[in-house]
Design a protein around this ligand. Structure first.
Ligand code: SF4
Length: 313
């Protein structure tokens, strides 16, 4: 069944099979990171709003569960910063009321300076925030935040959240080759990370085709070297071990096409990730990918030919 606000379940490198919930509907974020896999931010803002109707999101979740939907986690993610949605806490509560699937909030942490955002975020089971800079200049370089956010406010918000949150807090540190990878940069990032006191620090790099061409990855060996700076909580996130889908529940080719388009609207995906996301065997998926490519609706990323993405414009 095609959904407007739900996508997947997709194979997540960190959470298993994850049903995504998109609370923005468009590329709306408080950051415009150079490494963003979803492409350039269209609306870069710190302004919270009701970007998609909460009732419609909850109705889709109800329908998905009623149709036998199963996942390891339900993740508030999508194409931007989920805490920009004024009622993301209501959605978390609704999920808890409807099922026992743990809720993950993927946030950049930029709005955690607001008490009401921290209070709503604390209702999730796992919260993952991110860090790529250590002061205003480095944050401007990598994250390109909306105006009005200072690094001190950003870091203080995440520190305050840690003090209040009883669930599992993960911190992702994203390394961009030549941008925040000099030894003194890594030292400063590690010092900031230590203040947040996350349960787990995930060291990551640009794996998917990034927002800015030429934004490069560091090797997994280098990430392992950095891990020493971050202490025992640090883990290196490598490339995904991808699994093949188990069954064909994709329905007809038209419905499958729309599911693929919906998935790729959120982010570029490998063929395996698409197969997992739409629950379709490779034979049928391959035909559909070829049709969509011929129609000019999707394309392979030139810099990563194993990735598909929407044709822009
Ligand atoms: S990487 Fe995350 S925080 Fe950065 S622009 Fe993309 S969605 Fe926003």
């Amino acid at each position: 069944m095609p959904f407007r606000y739900l996508f997947g379940p997709v194979a997540s490198r960190r959470f298993g099979r994850s049903l995504g919930v998109d609370l923005l509907g468009q590329r709306i974020c408080s950051f415009n990171c150079v490494f963003c896999e979803a492409g350039p931010t269209q609306t870069c803002t710190m302004m919270r709003g009701s970007y998609v109707p909460t009732d419609a999101v909850v109705a889709e979740l109800r329908a998905w569960l009623d149709s036998g939907g199963a996942a390891d986690v339900i993740t508030l993610a999508g194409r931007g910063e989920p805490t920009l949605h004024r009622q993301f806490g209501v959605v978390i509560d609704a999920i808890h009321n409807m099922c026992a699937i743990p809720v993950v909030l993927l946030s950049n942490g930029s709005l955690f300076g607001l008490g009401e955002v921290r209070e709503a975020a604390a209702r999730a089971d796992i919260v993952k925030v991110s860090l790529s800079g250590w002061d205003d200049a480095s944050m401007a370089n990598v994250n390109r935040p909306a105006s009005g956010l200072t690094f001190d406010a950003y870091l203080s918000g995440m520190i305050a959240f840690r003090e209040e949150f009883r669930g599992e807090l993960r911190l992702e540190v994203m390394f961009v080759d030549g941008v925040n990878t000099a030894d003194d940069c890594v030292t400063k990032l590690a010092a900031c990370a230590a203040k947040i006191r996350a349960d787990r620090i995930e060291l990551n790099t640009v794996v998917r085709p990034p927002s800015e061409a030429g934004t490069g990855a560091v090797s997994e060996d280098v990430l392992h070297r950095y891990a020493v700076y971050f202490g025992p909580q640090a883990v290196v996130i490598g490339c995904s071990g991808e699994a093949a889908p188990a069954s064909d529940n994709a329905g007809d080719i038209l419905s499958l096409s729309e599911q693929i388009i919906g998935l790729l609207a959120r982010r570029g995906c490998t063929r395996n990730e698409i197969a997992m996301g739409v629950g379709c065997p490779f034979g049928r998926l391959e035909s559909c990918l070829q049709i969509l490519t011929k129609q000019g609706r999707i394309e392979k990323a030139p810099e990563r030919p194993d990735y598909y993405r929407l044709v822009s414009g």
